[in-house]
Design a binder for this molecule. Structure first.
Ligand code: FES
Length: 158
């Protein structure tokens, strides 16, 4: 499974704008960033790095442009995942799910996935023990999790 690859749509956008006649022109960069923002809701650091490389500019160039346009939003990551590792959830394999997410999505020490699409933290009890194992994804509760369910929920947001 290609869980580490960047979203195809984002790759296509970057590819398109890097092949323009003057890819480093501000107008081209802004148009690309607008499209990425439309597709993702924000422009993550990871996407900025990849886009900068493809266009042959420094990542700081993109970051400066994003800061100058209030409609563009920079983010370390696009989604926030909180996995419950309380007792009830642990009894229903939440630690296995945690291990799987860490491995499959290349979670770094600071909790950010290798593609920069989400940030993972754990919590001791989400006060929903009856439906363990549980997690919050962008503040929304997802219950009775399985590894497959978690992968599919995360994949849909990438
Ligand atoms: S232990 Fe996970 S919701 Fe309570």
């Amino acid at each position: 499974m290609e869980v580490l690859a960047m979203k195809e749509e984002i790759r296509e956008i970057i590819d398109y704008y890097s092949k323009q006649r003057n890819p480093q022109e501000q107008e081209n960069i802004v148009a690309m960033l607008r499209e990425i923002q439309e597709a993702e809701g924000c422009i993550t650091m990871k996407v900025q790095e990849e886009a900068a490389e493809a266009l042959g500019v420094k990542p700081s160039v993109l970051s400066c442009i994003i800061k100058r346009y209030p409609s563009l939003k920079e983010a370390d990551y696009a989604h926030e995942m909180v996995l419950c590792t309380g007792k009830s959830c642990q009894c229903k394999n939440s630690m296995e799910i945690l291990d799987m997410v860490r491995k499959e999505f290349g979670i770094s020490k600071d909790g950010i996935s290798a593609d920069g699409s989400f940030h993972l933290t754990t919590r001791n009890c989400l006060k929903q023990c009856r439906t363990s194992p549980n997690m919050l994804l962008d503040g929304e509760l997802y219950a009775n999790l399985t590894k497959e369910k978690v992968i599919s929920l995360l994949e849909k947001r990438r």
